[in-house]
Ligand binder design. Structure first.
Ligand code: 13P
Length: 287
């Protein structure tokens, strides 16, 4: 059964570790992440961007696939199916489709409009027992067409949005989707500290988990981050392993062309990446 992310994140905040959100793109991705979370006895959040949802034939297909897979693989750790950077319409569609968690990303809107729409969606989610993530300040770079300038969030605005009753809050602190440029200034811990002081027990979300050095991840967790999103790093791992398989000519040997063989190294590489992240975030053994 899919669960709201509320309980797992409250526990993470209290226990000073973070739960990973790993984005999914297809069946192999989903299976790899679920099996690894189970192996590590870790709660897990499966992230679905609107673009990936469309690619996987719509939110209903995704919800049905994930729900059935949790059951057929015998997954007993808590699993939340979460919309990533949702629009207002996308948020409503995911609630309808059976997601157990949503993110409404109103960060590109004027703050009053972000507050109004977040508030409306909080009321719907509360009634249905679904967790909801809001965003203040934008995440730099581009993810599935969602583009952000990467400005740091205003702690006062964070407090305002946290007080709407959201489950978790994503706040821009200099983080970027995808690769970090060589001249990246690093995470703004000053901003994170100020946000944590204003928002208290609210689980904070760190987007752009790919490529953040381990010591910065640990410091962010110390300062109140309880959910960390990783997407690109699993894509790179899958691509690298698949490329190696083909470049070694393995697809030409015997039945190496069989998709179950062709996609296996990539799927195993995703598992290794997820394993490393779960260890780094400290959520292993916490389910
Ligand atoms: P990365 O692709 O940089 O890991 O970011 C993932 C993310 O923040 C999803 O919302």
């Amino acid at each position: 059964m899919l669960v709201s992310a509320e309980e797992m994140l409250k526990k993470a905040k209290a226990g000073h570790y973070a739960v990973g959100q790993f984005n999914i793109n297809n069946l192999e991705w989903t299976k790899s992440i679920l099996l690894t979370a189970q192996e590590m006895k870790s709660p897990v959040i499966l992230g679905v961007s609107e673009g990936a949802g469309k690619y996987m034939c719509g939110f209903k297909t995704v919800a049905a696939m994930v729900d059935a897979m949790v059951d057929s693989l015998g997954i007993t750790v808590p699993v939340a199916l979460h919309l990533d950077h949702g629009t207002y319409e996308g948020s409503k569609a995911c609630i309808e489709a059976g997601f157990s968690s949503i993110m409404f990303d109103g960060s590109s809107l004027p703050i009053d409009e972000n507050v109004d729409k977040t508030k409306e969606l909080v009321a719907i989610c509360k009634e249905k027992g679904i967790s909801i993530e809001a965003e203040v300040g934008s995440i730099g770079g581009e993810e599935d067409g969602v583009i952000g300038a990467g400005e740091c969030a205003d702690p006062e605005e964070c407090e305002r949005v946290a007080n709407l009753g959201v489950t978790m809050l994503a706040a821009g602190i200099g983080n970027i989707h995808g690769a970090y440029p060589d001249n990246w200034a690093g995470l703004s811990f000053e901003t994170l500290d100020a946000i944590q002081q204003k928002t208290g027990a609210m689980p904070l979300v760190l987007h752009g988990g790919t490529g953040i050095p381990d010591d910065m991840i640990k410091k962010a967790i110390d300062l109140g981050v309880s959910k960390i999103n990783v997407n690109t790093e699993c894509q790179w791992a899958f691509q690298k392993a698949t490329r190696e398989y083909i470049m070694a000519g393995k697809d030409l040997e015997g039945k190496g062309f069989d998709p179950r063989k062709l996609l296996a190294p990539g799927a195993e590489a995703i598992r290794e990446t997820v394993r490393e992240k779960i260890k780094l975030f400290g959520s292993d053994g916490k389910a």
